[in-house]
Design a protein around this ligand. Structure first.
Ligand code: ADP
Ligand code: ZN
Length: 289
């Protein structure tokens, strides 16, 4: 059997087909333009591929409640043209079971099943990129709840040297995303993130913010591992700084060997790298079979 997956991103859409052994045997990438143009192209790609299931991991917010009239929609996104988009409608005529979840829940599932979270039951996957989002997998399930976690918008303390900075989130003055996303770093320093590698202060501040979010996640969700991906995490040495800040914030309160002595194995980079989203999307579809 063959299984399809789509990662719906704000800038590009990645889709592909996996075989029984979960090898990606075909891959197709297009730019995200209008909903109708982009989703029609994706449907055209899948229409004669004979997949047995399809999984969609989408940027959000999305409606994940199967009893809701707007299940399968991208709902209140600020992204132009995409507000209130019925994503599932485009794929219904494939007549296969379809799984639908957030992009970060998808990537989280991919890492849990095939990557850095393998064999664990409680894992958090964070992406630090254009936006910040965290997929939360607890007791062997992806968490949805009222909507889905929006961990990237948790409020954190602003650093006193950063108090005049105004970040990109239109809703919050001091959420994680507005202070620590890639665009936020770049607007603070007027340079591309990878042109700032030599500036230690940039990454100390970044770790100051990420370390607060990670210690909050540990105290709230009690994960067995935290995986941090996304473009910003490619910065050499950043993960070490984040581990240090997290330990500083926890201040020895959680006396677990995994944290106190093995933080290098507790806060880690993804194993599937840029394939986590697609592999996770495929798994979302297989779950519906
Ligand atoms: P997206 O979130 O759009 O899917 P990414 O996860 O690659 O894509 O995030 C893009 C952001 O990550 C960019 O705005 C940039 O600030 C940052 N970024 C991308 N590549 C790197 C890199 N090699 N090193 C540091 N930061 C990067
Ligand atoms: Zn926010």
């Amino acid at each position: 059997m063959l299984y399809g997956g789509i990662e719906l991103g704000g800038t590009k859409m990645v889709c592909g087909i996996a075989d029984e052994a979960m090898n990606i045997i075909d891959r197709f990438v297009i730019d995200t333009t209008t909903p109708n143009e982009t989703l029609t192209k994706l449907y055209e790609y899948f229409k004669d591929k004979n997949v047995s299931s399809l999984g969609i991991a989408s940027f959000g917010p999305v409606d994940l409640n199967k009893n809701s009239d707007t299940y399968g929609y991208i709902t209140t996104t600020p992204k132009p043209n995409w507000n209130n988009t019925n994503v599932l409608k485009y794929f219904e005529s494939l007549n296969v079971p379809i799984g639908f979840d957030t992009d970060v829940n998808g990537a989280c599932l991919g890492e849990v099943m095939h990557g850095a979270g393998k064999s664990l039951s409680n894992v958090i996957y964070g992406t630090i990129g254009t936006g910040i989002g965290f997929g939360v997998y607890l007791n062997n399930e992806l968490i949805h709840g009222l909507m889905h976690p929006e961990t990237g918008h948790m409020l954190i303390n602003k650093h006193e040297l950063d108090k005049d900075f105004k970040g990109p989130c239109p809703y919050h003055e001091n959420c994680l995303e507005t202070l620590a996303s890639g665009p936020s770093i770049e607007s603070r320093y007027h340079k591309k993130a990878y042109d700032l590698y030599d500036n230690e202060d940039v990454w100390k501040l970044e770790a100051y913010y990420l370390g607060q979010a990670i210690s909050n996640c540990i105290t709230m969700y009690s994960p067995e591992r935290i995986i941090l991906g996304g473009g910003v995490m490619h910065t050499p040495g950043l993960i070490e700084l984040v581990r240090k800040e997290t330990l500083k914030n926890l201040n020895n309160y959680i006396k677990k060997d995994e944290i106190i002595n093995k933080i290098d194995e507790y806060i880690v980079l993804p194993k599937l790298e840029d394939n986590a989203g697609l592999i996770g999307a495929v798994e979302l579809g297989k779950k519906e079979l």
